[in-house]
Design a protein around this ligand. Structure first.
Ligand SMILES: Cc1cc2nc3c(=O)[nH]c(=O)nc-3n(C[C@H](O)[C@H](O)[C@H](O)COP(=O)(O)OP(=O)(O)OC[C@H]3O[C@@H](n4cnc5c(N)ncnc54)[C@H](O)[C@@H]3O)c2cc1C
Length: 459
């Protein structure tokens, strides 16, 4: 029997957390953070490390790690959200280069802090492995690898079909690429550990406390109002639920399945000894990891978007999505056909209208924010937390000069346009993938058109 929802496999594997108390009533703080995911907790961590005397309060509508931070695919990798190309155009190549370096450093920083603070998050720094499985994907693989190699610090290696299969035995692989700036993590272990560490530093986390509205220097809840010089909005994919922010970031859905632990003989034929995070070059792409207890977790966009920016209920996932992800698993690794699917779940991530992430602080209202990471938030949230802390503390660091700081984007279209646009884009991606799997030798034009319509920028 496949467990469906229950937040995520990651939380079920370590046991659901005991709830912390709700906000006891109105209070004053120096900094109020709304949302106890990685963005909120990293911000709290760096603020308290730099300035231990600050009163930092975190308000969380459910429990710390309830959102994407406790549900994701566990890819800690160095991607610049939406690609570096946009920053070359807006700020020049040097700024884009600094951003890439900051992302590489952020991967190392998460690993460093986890070790320093005794957070065991099953981290294995095996790098990121991307596989191509048809001619059109192979064409994109070669182009992407060449584009990556034109930058310093990306350290991408192009792999032949034989070399790729030797690392991870993906059926039908025509080639691959790999870079070292990535690690596999157990997401819930990281967020649980971070919450513990910030509490030990004196941060107050109040759970079951939903913020209904963020106003200048105030966060309003049914339990009371927190007044603070700075309020940090760290609600990512849930931001549409806050007053006045329905069209700011689109809540994009992503779903995962995980197998039961696989037998040693299966691993003999699959390989994957390096525990690389694994992705592909389909337009509706997949992402996967080999877990610490030897399962395969594999994810993708099932129902990409729900009408009216609604979010799922505790991660419950449609049967069709589970079947679709199981199909990908079996195509990639036919030896897993007899393995049970132990758990399926979903979550939401935030997508801005131009598919790029943003972080910033409005000094007149005291409102700071970080989000719009699309599918790359596991690492970017760390950079966001360090950057927001510097902005609040007025530290004129290298981080606050990165090109995503203060980036503002227009809102998404009202419904039904928003829903129709996302359905159309994903239908086009799926059709493009089908035609490429059926033998088309080059990237299907439908996918390129969908990229243009969506405003999605490629590196
Ligand atoms: C299924 C899935 C797979 C993913 N895989 C990857 C991956 O492998 N690698 C990667 O880099 N990224 C991945 N991502 C994206 C990444 O997980 C997110 O970008 C990142 O976790 C965002 O962290 P956050 O703290 O900003 O938001 P969240 O973790 O979503 O935290 C927001 C918190 O705010 C709380 N909240 C919301 N509204 C309110 C309110 N009104 N009042 C109080 N609290 C509120 C929520 O309950 C939640 O705890 C994935 C996302 C999903 C959903």
């Amino acid at each position: 029997m496949t467990v469906n929802g229950s937040v995520s496999f990651w939380w079920n594997a370590i046991g659901m957390p005991e709830r912390r108390p709700a906000l006891p009533g109105s209070l004053r703080a120096d900094v109020c953070i709304v949302g106890a995911g990685y963005t909120g907790l990293w911000t709290a961590y760096y603020l308290k490390k730099a300035s231990p005397g600050l009163r930092v309060v975190v308000l969380e509508k459910s429990f710390a790690g309830y959102g994407a931070s406790g549900r994701n695919g566990g890819w800690l990798t160095n991607s610049v959200t939406g690609g570096r190309g946009q920053y070359v155009a807006s700020h020049g190549r040097d700024a884009a280069h600094r951003f890439q370096r900051a992302m590489n450093d952020s991967v190392d920083e998460v690993i460093r802090v986890a070790a320093l603070e005794n957070i065991d998050a099953d981290i294995v720094a095996g790098g990121e492995f991307t596989v191509a499985r048809n001619a059109a994907q192979q064409e994109r693989l070669i182009a992407d690898a060449a584009a990556e190699q034109s930058w310093d610090n990306t350290d991408v290696e192009l792999l032949s079909a034989a070399a790729a299969r030797e690392r991870i035995g993906v059926e039908g692989a025509t080639g691959g690429m790999w870079h070292p700036h990535a690690a596999r993590i157990q997401p819930a272990k990281l967020v649980r550990g971070l919450a513990r560490v910030v509490e030990a530093l004196g941060v107050e986390i109040y759970e079951d406390t939903a913020v209904s509205e963020i106003a200048p220097h105030r966060a309003i809840t049914e339990h009371g109002t927190v007044e603070a010089e700075f309020v940090v909005r760290a609600t990512e994919g849930f931001t549409a639920g806050l007053k006045g922010l329905r069209r700011a970031w689109l809540p994009m859905n992503s779903s995962l399945i995980v197998t039961e632990p696989l037998a040693a003989e299966l691993w003999d034929s699959i390989g994957w000894a390096g525990r690389e995070v694994l992705g592909d070059l389909a337009h509706a792409y997949m992402y996967a990891q080999r877990t610490a207890d030897d399962r395969i977790a594999i994810g993708g966009r099932g129902v990409p978007y729900r009408y009216g920016s609604r979010t799922d209920s505790d991660g419950s996932t449609r049967a069709a999505t589970i079947a679709e992800l199981t199909g990908i698993l079996h195509r990639f690794f036919p030896q897993t056909k007899g393995a049970a699917i132990a758990h399926a779940w979903s979550g939401v991530l935030g997508v801005s209208r131009d598919w790029s992430a943003t972080v910033g602080l409005d000094t007149t209202t005291g409102l700071a924010w970080g989000g719009g990471y699309v599918g790359t938030g596991v690492t970017t949230t760390n950079l966001a937390g360090r950057t927001i802390a510097d902005l609040i503390l007025g530290v004129d660091s290298e981080l606050v000069s990165l090109p995503w700081v203060g980036h503002r984007v227009r809102s998404w279209e009202p419904e039904p346009l928003r829903w129709l646009a996302v359905q159309g884009i994903y239908a086009a991606y799926r059709a493009a993938d089908r035609s490429e799997s059926a033998g088309r030798a080059t990237t299907a034009p439908l996918a390129t058109i969908a990229d243009r319509i969506s405003g999605r920028v490629k590196a």
